[in-house]
Design a protein around this ligand. Structure first.
Ligand code: DX5
Ligand code: ZN
Length: 245
């Protein structure tokens, strides 16, 4: 459960930006090698699960997570773009997921949060670009992670939606004002150009697929994104974040 109170260790950790390579843009025929290549620059591994209903695409499920778990020790951050994640949360936990994010748009959020907590999963809530922050705000103090989509979910390699930046800033303000230790993750169109923008707005966990795995040297690409974000963070004080709103 997210703990109130600051400044604590979690709050201090907010002074660094972490990188979550998304395997959606990896070569799935060589997934183990692809993961090993980015591991030196991966704080978290982002696993996109799509059901063909909530989003118009299909990807992977618990069996693949099981094999990823056997292959690496990285924290597995499973982004469930599904209409019925509740049916599969136990399987993801059993497969070795550390945290799961369900979308607020599907409803049933209270039950899904309770189910994730009972399973020992870190609890994430994801929000689409067009969904207002108000829809996730009531759940904020029950979350470990808020995942703000900066593209429409379903595909990698899309263009960053700058209209979502205000929502990131609002979320950062709400998290800090309440003294919560909720991680703020952004997902979609993150690269060296957009990483500073989302970091200045308040994101601290950056998902990147295309900008890492589609590059000739993925680990160097991830490192450049981290450096760009970290440089932006150095210009932002926690007090400054709140007063920017
Ligand atoms: C999109 C996924 C993202 C995707 C991001 O629906 O949730 O995690 O992998 O890919 P890029 O970084 O290429 O926009
Ligand atoms: Zn994702």
């Amino acid at each position: 459960m997210a703990q109130a109170g600051s400044p604590g260790p979690a709050r201090r950790a907010q002074r660094s930006v972490r990188i979550a390579p998304s395997i959606l843009s990896a070569d799935f025929a060589q997934l183990g090698d692809e993961i090993s290549r980015v591991t030196p620059e991966a704080d978290v591994l982002h696993v996109d699960v799509m059901d063909g209903h909530f989003v118009p695409n299909l990807t992977i499920g618990p069996p693949v997570v099981t094999w990823i778990r056997r292959h690496c020790d990285l924290y597995l951050d499973c982004h469930l773009m599904m209409d019925n994640p509740g049916k599969f949360l136990g399987a993801f936990r059993g497969a070795g997921a550390n945290g799961c994010s369900v979308h607020v748009e599907i409803g049933g959020t209270a039950g899904l949060i309770a189910q994730m907590r009972d399973l020992g999963l870190d609890v994430g809530l994801a929000v689409n670009p067009e969904t207002p922050f108000e829809d996730c705000e009531p759940w904020l103090d029950q979350l470990d992670l808020l995942l703000i989509m900066t593209v429409h979910p379903g595909f990698g390699g899309q263009r960053f939606m700058s209209e979502v930046v205000g929502k990131i800033a609002r979320a950062r303000h709400a998290i800090d004002s309440a003294g919560l230790a909720v991680d703020l993750e952004v997902d979609g169109g993150i690269d060296v150009g957009t990483a500073p923008i989302v970091t200045e707005a308040g994101a601290r966990l950056l998902v990147a697929g295309n900008a890492i795995f589609a590059q000739p040297d993925p680990v160097a690409a991830a490192h450049r994104i981290r450096e760009a974000a970290q440089a932006a963070l150095a210009t932002v004080s926690p007090e400054g974040l709140a007063s920017e709103l």
